[in-house]
Design a protein around this ligand. Structure first.
Ligand code: ADP
Ligand code: MG
Ligand code: MG
Length: 499
């Protein structure tokens, strides 16, 4: 049945465009993107050291409809999430239990185990920087539910490391506003008003978080270190943060990979200050790498990560905060009483209920009965390991065979989550930079994922959490792909039309 709000029918989106209108909008969109830094490096391997060309990021021609009430709800929840994850990251006992290599997921997941074991060693030595910075992104899908229930907001996951597309999402929102301003979308949807395009100030918001950490470190000439992946194509998304840091806050940035840092980074044995190339002091380490095992091909990259962790620079995120972002933590939070452990004193019970209502059913696979439940409900489930970056999950009909092949000892590293069911029949025109410049918009049925950014600076002796919401992101994927992931090629950048 068709999903609708009082004034909007999702299956009627997007409005119909003539071929000439679509071609004109595509030209406006791609040239705007190329002019405004909505860019990617081209897919060539190896990436040249000094790039001389770029392509526009994959994008949608229309913004995607989203109920105003659920957009406001998602933004309202962010502050609670910022505090919640700050508290999880400072609850060592909880993290040891859930993610540790003695009792938790780290026992059976080598990557989690390596990170936790390194962190444990450093803890035993004594960590010198209590402050931690999180730049978060909480991701949601619209859930249509069954039998004409009203649409609801359901959380996909909460990211605590390398949450990307902040600055590009600000630009695609501006792009859609520009298309409306310049063409009125040819009046194919007369109900559209400029107020329906919400503003999006992710760049200033995220940089405010980085600048707050830098200020707390309190060494004027120090710089911020961006730890990046070699061959990264999403560099403009990162550079735009650098430019804002310099222009608005006079903060300089150094970009290095783990392999470069192996040679360049050192920690002063007396002050524990982190230096690059001997003389550049680092206030804050911002990770846009280090979230996936492939970033650690040898023990050397782990050693570098632990060297940074040992220093008194503020880490975004610390290993503890990275572990707090595990899918296992998300599942454990949904068990009775766990949310209260972190937020009882801070947040009224109604707000906790609002948070809980945004979760799908989740359970661990430790016990035989839980595995059986996953087999029985496979059609309505996704299984997730403790990984980031897309392409790691197992869906629906693939679940039983996957469970057959999974050694029982490894089950603890996975969670089962009920599938969110987005509104049927919503479409969009998606544009991808083609080879040889050939490109046209394709109309497909889509699913749109909303991400809300936030930051938190916490861990000091006063137990305080300084935090803010920091804008939003929409990624839209073809309906037939289980996974999103702009970087992995399954989806496009998009923005919102509030309905
Ligand atoms: P990652 O950390 O790799 O991004 P996610 O949990 O975000 O992992 O899963 C990747 C993608 O899989 C999501 O962007 C979404 O498209 C899809 N997905 C994940 N969980 C669900 C769910 N419960 N219902 C429907 N789709 C989901
Ligand atoms: Mg995700
Ligand atoms: Mg993730």
């Amino acid at each position: 049945m068709a999903t609708s709000t009082s004034r909007f029918v999702f299956s009627e989106w997007p409005p119909t465009l003539s071929e000439a209108q679509l071609e004109a909008l595509t030209l406006y969109a791609t040239t705007y993107a190329l002019s405004h830094g909505l860019l990617y490096l081209p897919p060539v391997k190896p990436q040249p050291l000094i790039p001389n060309s770029a392509i526009h990021a994959p994008l949608s021609v229309f913004p995607s409809p989203f109920p105003l009430r659920l957009f406001l709800l998602a933004r309202r929840l962010q502050s609670t999430y910022n505090i919640l994850y700050a508290r999880i990251a400072t609850d060592v006992e909880f993290l040891d239990q859930v993610m540790g290599a003695v009792e938790g997921v780290g026992k059976v997941d080598d990557f989690v185990g390596q990170l936790w074991t390194g962190w444990k060693t450093l803890r035993d030595e004594g960590l010198v920087q209590p402050l931690q910075l999180g730049l978060f992104r909480s991701d949601y899908l619209l859930h249509a539910g069954l039998d004409g229930e009203p649409l609801s907001l359901k959380q996909v996951e909460f990211n605590t490391i390398s949450s990307s597309f902040g600055t590009l999402s600000e630009r695609i929102a501006a792009l859609h506003r520009y298309l409306y301003a310049t063409t009125s979308y040819y009046n194919v949807y007369p109900d559209m008003k400029s107020d329906d395009f919400p503003s999006n100030n992710t760049t200033a918001g995220l940089v405010e978080g980085l600048a707050a950490a830098h200020a707390a470190y309190n060494v004027k000439e120090a710089k911020i270190l961006f730890v990046v992946q070699a061959g990264e194509r999403n560099v403009f998304d990162q550079r735009l943060l650098e430019y804002e840091l310099l222009e608005k806050h006079s903060i300089h940035v150094v970009r290095q990979t783990f392999d470069q840092l192996a040679d360049s980074a050192s920690v002063d044995s007396t002050t524990h200050a982190l230096f690059i190339s001997g003389d550049t002091e680092i206030s804050t380490v911002y990770f846009r790498a280090g979230y996936t095992p492939t970033d650690y091909p040898t023990a050397a990259q782990y050693s570098t990560r632990f060297l940074l962790e040992r220093s008194k620079a503020i880490k975004c995120p610390s290993i503890a905060l990275q572990l707090a972002g595990g899918k296992k933590v998300q599942q454990v939070l949904s068990q009775p009483g766990v949310l209260e452990r972190f937020l009882r004193d801070k947040v009224p019970a109604v707000q906790l209920d609002e948070l809980r209502e945004s979760w799908m059913g989740m359970w661990g696979l430790d016990e035989e009965s839980a595995v059986q439940k996953a087999r029985d409900m496979a059609d309505r489930l996704v299984l997730k390991p403790q990984r980031e970056g897309g392409g790691n999950n197992v869906y629906k009909e693939a679940i039983p065979a996957f469970l057959d092949s999974l050694p029982p000892l490894e089950r603890q590293a996975w969670i089962a989550m009920e599938l969110i069911v987005p509104p049927e029949g919503t479409g969009n025109y998606l544009v991808r930079a083609g080879s040889e410049g050939a490109q046209s918009a394709v109309k497909v049925d889509v699913v749109s994922e909303l991400g809300i950014f936030g930051w938190a600076l916490f861990g000091g002796p006063d137990q305080g959490v300084k935090e803010k919401e920091a804008g939003w992101l929409v990624r839209t994927k073809g309906k037939d792909s289980n996974e999103g992931g702009v970087a992995t090629g399954f989806s496009v950048l998009d923005s919102l039309l509030l309905v």
